[in-house]
Design a protein around this ligand. Structure first.
Ligand code: 5GP
Length: 184
């Protein structure tokens, strides 16, 4: 099964995905490719495959992505076809941390194998506070991420599950329950 976790930026999605991976040793994280700069806390090949724009465009040209999006600050993010197909052929359970549009693309391609989970932040102001607290983006970047919020919330009905993240522990518990219910 493919478990796709999507959320507006800053909703706490990455923390949830990390906790769920800790709890489920049989779950594999789908490592995306991106053109954005590596953060100090990140590891190449574990969090992302960090590519130059040239490398990324070459992969687009060769049809190597299941889906890709241009997101913040003109950076590209994409799910690698080879990665997903390999795990599917081995009947593995995979978890994805992607944006809302990417989630819908994955659902349209791997329809019956995909469970879409939307992580909903309690509110817009809370979201801004989280982004400021995280301090991985400057204020201009934070503003851009918040502007996307409304359009992402419009897609919430397309998801199989909505998990409100007003309490991280509870949200993790809920996602774990969903995964337990559906995984191979
Ligand atoms: P960040 O820069 O904070 O790591 O990620 C920014 C956004 O890109 C997040 O919403 C994350 O889920 C999304 N993202 C990461 N990888 C992919 C991907 O392969 N495809 C898409 N569509 N979005 C991705």
């Amino acid at each position: 099964m493919l478990f796709v976790i999507a959320a507006p930026s800053g909703a706490g999605k990455t923390s949830i995905v990390k906790a769920v991976l800790k709890k489920n040793s049989d779950l594999i994280f789908s490592v995306s490719a991106t053109t954005r700069m590596k953060r100090d806390s990140e590891t190449e090949g574990k969090d992302y495959f960090f590519l130059s724009r040239e490398e990324f465009f070459e992969k687009i040209g060769q049809g190597e992505f299941v889906e890709y999006e241009k997101l913040f600050d003109d950076n590209y993010y994409g799910t690698l076809k080879s990665f997903v197909e390999d795990k599917l052929s081995k009947n593995e359970n995979v978890i994805f941390d992607v944006d809302v549009k990417g989630a819908l693309s994955l659902k349209s391609i791997y329809e019956d194998k995909t469970i879409l989970i939307f992580v909903k932040p309690p509110g817009k102001s809370d979201l801004k506070q989280r982004l400021i607290h995280r301090a991985t983006e400057d204020l201009k970047q934070i503003q851009k991420r918040i502007e996307r919020f409304d359009s992402e919330m419009d897609e919430i009905n397309e998801f199989n599950y909505v998990v409100e993240n007003d309490n991280l522990k509870d949200a993790i518990k809920k996602v774990n329950q969903i995964i337990k219910k559906h995984k191979n």
